[in-house]
Design a protein around this ligand. Structure first.
Ligand code: M7G
Ligand code: MG
Length: 319
């Protein structure tokens, strides 16, 4: 994938991406991957998702007359316009449903980054929603828990925790079928610069006082005492409070610190762009890990017919 897909800046009449662009996205993001990544629709849809991000973040941004789509709309468009995917277009609803339920079973890891007084932690706000969560994300194929946490924290905050991470210091909570492990990271100065490396994933990064995030509860979605909307934060707080009570901070607590979160980074416009670093099209291409039990549930007995894939790739490469 040395050259990014062509992103024509010619105005589009109906806002629909031209066939050439869809073919390009399909061959580069979906077909041009190792054969084992085309063994199930769940994994193919992760590739479609990367193509979608590239379309939204680059094609639409360079050519605003192109329409924006949600992932389901984009998936339907790609399936109905690319020869290799066309045979499966009738099953698109089932394929998409299987993908969304698969996604919530992929294990997630990330980090609870504490300041030097252990009174505040770093939270990130998603691009679309209004809730805050710890920086974290889904594991890629064959990726170790701590490596995923380092990668996801770097993608979402721009901060490298690899030298600070202790593989044994973590809190793990199971949500339904999803395991979420957050490593406790200490020794981070509160003037550390943070900025996400992905586009349109994170809209804001802030230090939040742990007091503000309470009460600790098992609720996936909760509100902190000041009304802050939290996602998958409250279930970690009880164990975090215990951990902090057993580990004295390097700097004594400063209870006079303001209760409201301190914004460290904010997107210029979270609906149409951000001030984050430009994303390399390769940077986001990471394959979430299929847990063995999850992988067994792969889309029915799906098998990609490799001949048209090879033909399409050859055509793509020779054009
Ligand atoms: P994710 O990488 O699927 O989740 O991103 P994870 O970090 O928990 O593994 C979560 C959501 O952020 C996605 O569903 C998208 O809405 C958005 N998002 C993430 N990334 C990396 C991008 C991106 O590169 N471009 C765009 N447009 N949205 C993204
Ligand atoms: Mg992520």
């Amino acid at each position: 994938m040395s050259n990014p897909p062509r992103t024509s800046s010619a105005p589009s009449k109906n806002g629909l991406p031209p066939q050439e662009l869809l073919d390009d996205l399909c061959s580069r993001f979906v077909l041009n991957v190792p054969k084992e990544d085309l063994q199930s629709f769940e994994r193919i849809l992760f590739l479609v998702e990367y193509a979608h991000w590239f379309y939204e973040d680059n094609s639409v941004e360079n050519n605003p007359s192109l329409k924006s789509f949600n992932l389901k709309e984009f998936t339907s468009l790609l399936f109905s316009s690319c020869d290799v995917l066309k045979p499966y277009v009738a099953h698109i609803d089932d394929i998409f449903k299987d993908f969304t339920s698969y996604k919530v079973r992929v294990p997630v890891t990330g980090a609870i980054i504490l300041d030097e007084t252990y009174e505040r932690c770093v939270l990130v706000k998603g691009w679309k929603g209004s809730s805050w969560s710890f920086p974290r994300g889904k594991k890629s194929k064959d990726e170790e828990d701590h490596a995923c946490a380092i990668r996801e924290v770097l993608e979402e905050t721009g901060f490298d925790v690899s030298k600070l991470l202790n593989k044994d210091e973590y809190i793990e909570v199971i949500f339904g079928e999803q395991r979420v492990r957050l490593y406790i990271i200490v020794g981070v100065k509160d003037d550390t610069p943070f900025a996400p490396r992905t586009k349109k994933e994170i809209s804001e990064i802030a230090w939040h006082r742990l007091d503000e995030l309470q009460p600790a509860s098992g609720e996936v979605i909760s509100r902190g005492i000041t009304g802050l909307k939290l996602y998958m934060v409250a279930p970690f707080l009880r164990s975090l409070n215990t951990w902090i009570s057993e580990h004295p901070p390097p700097i004594p607590p400063r209870p006079d610190l303001p209760l409201k979160g301190i914004c460290i980074w904010k997107a210029k416009n979270s609906s149409s762009g951000s001030s984050s670093m430009p994303m390399d099209s390769q940077a986001a291409v990471v394959m979430p890990e299929p847990d063995s039990h999850v992988f067994a549930a792969s889309y029915r007995s799906f098998k990609f017919d490799m001949d048209p894939v090879r033909r399409a790739m050859q055509e793509g490469l020779s054009s």
